[in-house]
Ligand binder design. Structure first.
Ligand SMILES: *Cc1c(COP(=O)(O)O)cnc(C)c1O
Length: 229
């Protein structure tokens, strides 16, 4: 049995205080989440809509739920009423849907734009060129019920840590370019969500403001469970 409290404390002690921890609780029971909650953890990341819906009803209402997995437009409606942040916005169509559902709920939903930084084709996300096209478009400027809080990325699954570092640096550069060009007056555009259990140290060295850590806190996951929703 992993000691969730000890894992969380030791992770906190190893990172700068300003870096936020998203505790990735996918596949783990509500009781594990509560254990982390009781150590003060409030931000939890999930990658499946059905799982997030099931768990949130069993857990304290002041938890900040972050959607971190690929999100289908027809499932946006279910999470918009309560989700704190959608980190995995990977298409313009999804952004438009989140905006429309947020308007219906009379709220503004915090979003990160997911950038494709890995070599693997299977990972989703915008290319920097696609991002520029979206941000330049007049349609984008009409979306009033989303708040773009920054970027999210997932590095290649590899033991080549120099490769991983290069990809994180790429995301940081991309963030700085967009900040200068589109968000220079916008204090909300401030997050770079990158780094997981195996690479969070490198991610922080390359400018991460938010790490998404699962197995290091909760223990290994069941390998049969797909990491993509
Ligand atoms: C599962 C997952 C994580 C956490 O992975 P660990 O290696 O267990 O820390 C982070 N980000 C995303 C998008 C994930 O799907």
């Amino acid at each position: 049995m992993p000691d969730i409290a000890a894992n969380l404390t030791s992770l906190r002690n190893r990172i700068p205080a300003l870096v936020k921890i998203v505790a990735v609780s996918k596949t783990k029971p509500a009781s594990d989440i509560l254990e982390a909650y009781n150590c003060g953890q409030r931000i939890f990341g999930e990658n499946r809509v059905t799982e997030i819906l099931r768990k949130k009803d069993q857990l304290p209402s002041d938890i900040s739920w972050h959607m971190i997995g690929h999100l289908q437009t027809n499932k946006v409606k279910a999470i918009v009423p309560f989700v704190s942040m959608i980190q995995s916005v990977d298409s313009y169509r999804l952004l438009v849907t989140v905006d429309a559902e947020s308007l219906k709920n009379q709220r503004i939903t915090d979003c990160l734009l997911q950038v494709h930084i890995a070599e693997e084709e299977t990972k989703t996300g915008f290319s920097p060129e696609e991002l520029a096209t979206v941000l330049d478009s007049s349609g984008f400027r009409q979306l009033k019920n989303i708040r773009i809080c920054g970027l999210m990325g997932m590095a290649t699954y590899t033991s080549d840590l120099e490769q991983v570092r290069k990809e994180f640096l790429f995301l940081s550069d991309c963030f700085n370019d967009l900040k200068n060009k589109y968000f220079s007056d916008d204090p909300d555009f401030r997050e770079i969500s990158m780094g997981m259990s195996g690479d969070y140290k490198i991610a922080i060295e390359e400018g991460s403001t938010m790490i998404r850590v699962g197995s290091l806190i909760f223990g290994e996951r069941n390998k049969n469970h797909s990491d993509n929703a």
